[in-house]
Write a protein that binds this ligand. Structure first.
Ligand code: BGC
Length: 786
């Protein structure tokens, strides 16, 4: 876990980057990406170059490609999907007395960028001297609107700093930008060459529209731009549009102190069904509405939207300013990944890069949706609606593999399985149970009966049916699930993966309970009393592997009997192991990529005693190398529960800094949204001890010595709550809504208008467990090196 100097100024509500480091472009473009869950713009410089990876994405817009196999097999997915870099509207080029403004030439006198978590904008300020000694100051501010879903705006201002200058500003819509993608890392994306074919181009006055389609997936899109121009003298303006480029050119002679101010409005739309004229009409309408609203009002609406978000979602941390900033950075990007996705997936990288081909995984339901369920539940509902809309594909996939019910894909954009490496893809059937779990959590937290009736019951029933097909009776009264892959991808095709079995058990019970609540819907879905009785019976008899001699649960049957990985002989540069060792070696050893059994102890807390949790945690801790960014957060939550508060803090920090410090060396291909969401889990599930179980929530707060105070907020069944942990006391406040009953460290209490405070029981001091050698949490590694 090595990290470059992150280079960000530490501040509670923004992220500021000063100076120019061209090697950091890929990294900072992901970190400064703006998105509303529908449109995503990487944080590239307005002038288009220098650039790491130009990126403009529309959620769900993808191209298909044939998946290459050295040896094909029955049932392998034939086609994969890859996110497409669409029409780039961020570009505003500048020429200063004929010299293209390019930070690789001339002198950059000052340069800073600020991602502001409250205004929801990216600001930039640059003072540049051209190779011939002409100086200009540039200010820009851009937003991708949370309130106007199809809209983004770039506000751009140039000012000559000394002599009178001839400036030319060119505002582009650019299609099929060249992109170089390294090909030696399976976590990156397939390279698509010129993915968009032109359908239509038009330009008039200050506006232009370009329409394109993808060749194989047959999706159509439109992008449009229009401009407001403020300048003291009359400029010369020209506009044109051709297949892959539309350009507004503004030439103006400016005296020192004068300014050109350009507000560029961008609208995007795509569809698999709507025609090119319909899409054109859609984006031009969105643009007209956006311009009618105007930059200042759009900016104000952005701020209001974020004020409302922070009022329900903020986490305050005293004692570690870097963690405070990282937590807000995380919450901001999680919001950006999902806010206006509206019936589309929340991809593992959000809309910040092409990593993992833009696919969504179980990350959404297990890591991201808890955050939305308790802060902005409508987003959780919409993401589950998207899953529901893909039921037919999941059904088809199950049929192809000879299974009942549905098999949701391991990785996908449009609902079809996109994993070509089936042992860690298709076989990771726990995704079914993860979705079911998210449905149960959402319904419990909101009481949204309409969702449950319309979509929830069907999701629960169809996911539950799979376990009937892939499980079997073991002849000794147990029900087993063989040959599946759990969360730990350094084990594949394991028998009785404990996580899968326990989550399947919950899935089966939840489906039976939902059918009992809604017998009419159950009937429509063809569920009868025999089926629900069978589900309950199998759930009760589900095998839970345990090694009695060691006194720990088994991650999967026989796991603790494998040879241990030789951690001492593994040099630090050999991590992540997946890039340096064959799966053949990893699968046969006790070495764990990411929290698996530990995650099960978090999501299924009632299945383990406190003592079992402690023993299990310590055992698996020594084997878990955290080669996946999903791991640290889950470890943080459990570490806090079993009393390793300082370790929990270390893991929470690691999850929070994963992207800011580029801990996995691949942030350039996009942010790790699950890890960012995991930061919330670490704080709220770890230090707050929040658990949701049996339709109720409970808290068991505790603070590590490293922190002075944490306060967080939650939305629960229409109420707004806050919890503050400070000075060995937890204070619960009902900010709005009806009184309710809560639990503090196992003791129930009623919360009404008056805040309630309770002491935090002193936990027994427990020795810090061993971690694999060389895999200490990030800050400890950094401290050891310096
Ligand atoms: C992890 C998976 C995860 C995927 C996408 C992989 O490295 O092992 O659990 O779903 O990344 O984030």
């Amino acid at each position: 876990m090595t990290a470059p100097d992150p280079g960000f100024e530490i501040a509670p509500w923004h992220l500021r980057w000063q100076g120019l480091d061209l090697d950091a472009l890929h990294r900072t473009e992901s970190i400064f990406a703006l998105s509303n869950g529908h449109i995503g713009l990487r944080g590239t410089l307005e002038e288009g170059e220098p650039v790491g990876t130009p990126g403009t994405y529309l959620n769900g817009f993808h191209e298909k490609r044939t998946l290459p196999y050295a040896e094909a097999g029955y049932g392998y997915p034939e086609e994969g999907q890859t996110v497409v870099n669409v029409t780039d509207g961020k570009i505003v080029r500048l020429l200063v007395d004929d010299e293209p403004m390019d930070l690789r030439y001339g002198t950059t006198i000052a340069h800073e960028r600020i991602l502001d978590f409250r205004s929801g904008t990216l600001r930039r300020s640059t003072v540049w001297e051209s190779p011939t000694g002409r100086r200009v100051r540039i200010h820009s501010e851009r937003l991708v609107s949370f309130t106007e879903r199809a809209l983004a705006v770039v506000h751009y201002e140039v000012e000559p700093l000394d002599a009178d200058l001839e400036l030319v500003v060119q505002s582009d819509l650019l299609v099929n930008e060249p992109i170089s993608v390294p090909r030696d890392d399976p976590r990156l994306a397939a390279a698509l060459d010129r993915p968009l074919a032109a359908d239509f181009a038009t330009a008039r006055d200050h506006s232009a529209t370009l329409c394109h389609h993808t060749r194989r997936s047959g999706l159509r899109m439109a992008a449009a731009m229009n401009h407001e121009l403020a300048v003291a003298v009359t400029p010369r303006c020209e506009i044109y549009a051709e297949d892959d480029l539309a350009r507004l050119t503004i030439a103006v002679d400016l005296a020192r102190g004068d300014r050109v101010r350009l507000t560029k409005y961008l609208a995007y739309g795509w569809s698999s069904r709507r025609s090119t004229p319909a899409l054109r009409a859609q984006v031009e309408a969105a643009l007209a509405a956006g311009m009618e609203t105007g930059w200042e009002t759009l900016r104000q609406r952005q701020r209001d939207f974020l004020d409302a978000y922070w009022a329900d979602a903020d986490i305050e941390i005293d004692g570690d300013p870097e963690l405070q900033q990282a937590v807000r950075f995380a919450l901001f990007h999680v919001l950006q990944a999902g806010a206006r996705g509206e019936n589309r997936a929340i991809p593992a990288k959000g809309l910040t890069g092409t990593g993992y081909d833009g696919h969504a995984f179980w990350d959404t339901e297990t890591f991201v949706l808890p955050v939305f369920t308790y802060t902005m539940p409508v987003v959780a509902r919409d993401a589950l609606r998207w899953r529901h809309s893909t039921l037919d594909r999941a059904r088809e996939h199950a049929r192809r593999l000879g299974q009942p019910g549905v098999m949701f894909p391991w990785r996908t954009i449009d609902g079809a399985e996109g994993s070509g490496y089936w042992p860690t893809g298709t076989a990771a059937v726990h995704v079914n149970a993860d979705i079911a779990h998210a449905v149960v959590r959402y319904v419990a937290a909101t009481g949204d009966e309409r969702f449950e009736r319309d979509l929830g019951v069907e999701l629960l029933v169809e996911t539950a049916r799979l376990w009937d097909g892939i499980g079997h009776e073991d002849g000794a009264g147990g029900f087993r699930i063989a040959g599946v892959t759990g969360p730990d991808e350094y084990s594949a095709l394991a028998d009785d993966n404990l996580y899968t079995n326990l989550m399947a058990r919950r899935n089966l019970d939840a489906a039976a309970a939902a059918c009992a609540r809604h017998p009419d819907i159950a009937r429509e879905l063809g569920v009868d009393a025999d089926e629900t009785a069978r589900w309950r019976d199998r759930a009760a008899r589900m095998l839970v592997p345990h090694n009695d001699e060691l006194g720990v649960h088994e991650q999967s049957a026989g796991f603790t009997h494998y040879a241990r990985w030789d951690f001492a002989a593994t040099p630090p540069e050999h991590y992540p192991l997946l890039l340096n060792y064959p799966y053949f070696a990893l699968y046969r050893k006790q070495v764990i990529k990411q929290a698996d059994l530990t995650l099960a102890m978090y999501l299924c807390p009632d299945e383990f005693t406190a003592e079992q949790k402690r023993r299990n945690f310590d055992y698996y801790e020594a084997l878990t190398v955290r080669d996946s960014s999903l791991s640290a957060a889950a470890q943080a939550v459990l570490a806090a529960e079993v009393g390793h508060l300082s370790l929990a803090y270390d893991y929470c920090v690691e999850a929070a800094l994963t992207d800011l410090h580029d801990l996995h060396g691949n942030v350039g291909s996009g942010l790790h949204i699950a890890s960012l969401a995991g930061t919330w889990l670490g704080c709220v599930g770890g230090f707050g001890g929040l658990r949701d179980h049996d339709g109720e929530i409970s808290f068991a707060p505790a603070l590590p010595d490293e922190l002075e105070r944490i306060a967080f907020r939650l939305v629960w069944r229409g109420r707004r709550l806050s919890v503050e942990i400070h000075d060995h006391v937890a204070t619960y406040t009902l900010r709005s809504g009806d009184p309710l009953r809560l639990t503090h460290h196992g003791t129930g209490f009623r919360l009404a208008e008056e805040p309630r405070s309770f002491p935090i029981p002193k936990g027994a001091r427990v020795p810090r467990p061993a971690v694999p050698s060389g895999r200490e949490p990030y800050r400890r590694q950094r401290a050891a090196r310096s």
